[in-house]
Design a protein around this ligand. Structure first.
Ligand SMILES: [Zn+2]
Length: 256
């Protein structure tokens, strides 16, 4: 994998946005493998498809690329808010690649894979409508809040210029697949509890430590008056999926 962009392609392009698109898309076509099946190449869709940008010719999985100059940060800009929410709730989303690059050095800095089932409406932020004077006045875009995605769903392929081992990446993807639930409303709860577990720094933790997030969870889910049973239910789900182990006496162990 070569982290530098291929600048031979730029002769016919002048606008900054076009150049960025050509360089980043070409980089993915020439360097990225399929993190789902490990196939050595993924391909760019020929036509302008409304949803995905790339596909794996082996497992046929689809990917969308979002890239930005500079640090990846907490959020990444995306298209129309309503389209995004519709895609998430209809389970019609591809997997995502988030790339950060240095425009000055023309190299990739970070490359993160987000499996599609980690998308819930809670990670999509509505932006202010465009002003009345804008060409597309009233149009509402969105941001994807990267830091709201549980760490199990942010699989790092390149981190600050360092390339992760392919087998480690594919393994992590397989593990994250066990958290796939078709029902979006249940997905939200699972990720909320996963966030709480992730916030506890030790590998062994107690049920009481998770209960400490009750207030926080109640603010997020004001209609629900049974937070504690909900916590226990989701911990059980995480245990059934092999993410945590139940040690007895209200103690748990983080397997992954
Ligand atoms: Zn594949």
């Amino acid at each position: 994998m070569n982290l530098s962009f291929n600048e031979d392609l730029l002769d016919n392009y002048h606008s900054g946005t076009q150049i960025a698109r050509v360089l980043t898309e070409n980089w993915v076509s020439e360097n990225m493998y399929c993190p789902r099946c490990g196939n050595l190449h993924i391909q760019h869709f020929q036509n302008n498809r409304p949803v995905a940008d790339f596909f794996c010719p082996f497992c046929e999985n689809e990917y969308e690329l979002k890239s930005k100059d500079g640090a990846l940060g907490r959020k990444i800009n995306d298209g129309a808010y309503s389209t995004m929410i519709e895609r998430i709730t209809s389970n019609n989303n591809p997997d995502f690649f988030f790339m950060s690059y240095s425009k000055a050095q023309r190299v990739v800095k970070d490359f993160v894979f987000i499996p599609k089932h980690f998308f819930v409406p809670e990670i999509i932020e509505k932006r202010k409508p465009l002003s009345a004077t804008a060409r597309r006045a009233g149009w509402v875009g969105c941001n994807i809040l990267i830091d709201r995605i549980p760490e199990q769903g942010r699989i790092s392929i390149i981190s600050n210029g360092v390339i992760a081992d392919t087998n480690v990446v594919v393994n992590q993807v397989n593990k994250s697949n066990t958290l796939e639930i078709p029902d979006i409303s249940r997905r939200g709860w699972l990720f909320d509890i996963l966030h709480c577990v992730n916030k506890i720094k030790t590998d062994v933790f107690t049920l009481n430590e998770v209960y400490k997030f009750e207030k926080e969870l109640h603010i997020k889910h004001p209609q629900n008056n049974n937070i504690k049973p909900k916590i226990r239910q989701q911990l059980q789900f995480l245990r059934d999926k092999g993410f945590i182990e139940f040690l007895g006496n209200g103690k748990y162990f983080k397997v992954m």
